[in-house]
Ligand binder design. Structure first.
Ligand code: TMP
Ligand code: MG
Length: 205
């Protein structure tokens, strides 16, 4: 990272239990980056989302999609300010999760994308990919609303489709924690600095 440049905006995506949170922490440490995550459960909107995910309240599919999206929009200025200060951001989930999870419920992909159109566009999207069959035995899978095998398979189909359209960097999430991390570091180090401009681009415009 050259000194006079804005920070890099890196997003990690994938199914529940794919190791995103662990890898986000490791990458933050390695890049001295600011950690962000969506949903950001600390805001008032984030608390409603968290109650929804824990099954404490039901919310209409379109409404919860808009809340997830609004929860990103409320962080937009912070993302831009951080990058402009030259600080890297590593973010655990972003708008791609919004599209994958809501469209897996049957909402239109285009409608889902429109809600996040204009947000800061990440420089690198890393997709930690593994079939849910092999992830479902990890940790407390099943604790939250979307953690069901059949549903996650549908989510994976959308992530796989987006991976091609949006040029995600796909990493095999079934490797060891150390192997996944070294694959991530390799692709971050290989990131072509020449295509990294000071302009922060807009997503889905
Ligand atoms: P987490 O497990 O990373 O905290 O994410 C919570 C759940 O919310 C996870 O199942 C993915 C889902 N999700 C959406 O449905 N839409 C979104 O926009 C985001 C960011 C997450
Ligand atoms: Mg989860």
């Amino acid at each position: 990272m050259k000194n006079n440049q804005r920070g890099l905006f890196i997003v990690l995506e994938g199914l529940d239990k794919c190791g995103k949170s662990t890898q986000t922490d490791l990458l933050c440490e390695a890049l001295e980056a600011k950690k962000m995550q969506f949903p950001d459960r600390s805001t008032s909107m984030g608390m409603i989302i968290s109650d929804y995910l824990k099954g404490k309240r039901d919310i209409d599919d379109q409404v919860i999609h808009l809340l997830f999206s609004a929860n990103r929009w409320e962080t937009k200025n912070k993302i831009i300010e951080t990058l402009e200060k030259g600080i890297n951001i590593v973010c655990d989930r972003y708008a791609y999760s919004g599209v994958a999870f809501s469209s897996a419920k049957g909402l239109s992909i285009n409608w889902c994308k429109q809600c996040d159109s204009g947000l800061p566009k990440p420089d690198i999207v890393i997709y930690l990919r593994a079939p849910i069959k092999q992830l479902k035995d990890r940790g407390d899978f099943g604790a939250e609303r979307y953690e069901k095998q059949e549903f996650q398979s549908k989510v994976q189909e959308v992530f796989d489709k987006m991976a091609q359209e949006e040029q995600f960097n796909i990493i095999n999430a079934l490797q060891t924690k150390e192997e996944v991390f070294s694959s991530i570091m390799e692709l971050v180090n290989d990131y072509n600095q020449n295509i990294h401009t000071n302009t922060i681009e807009q997503l889905w415009i």
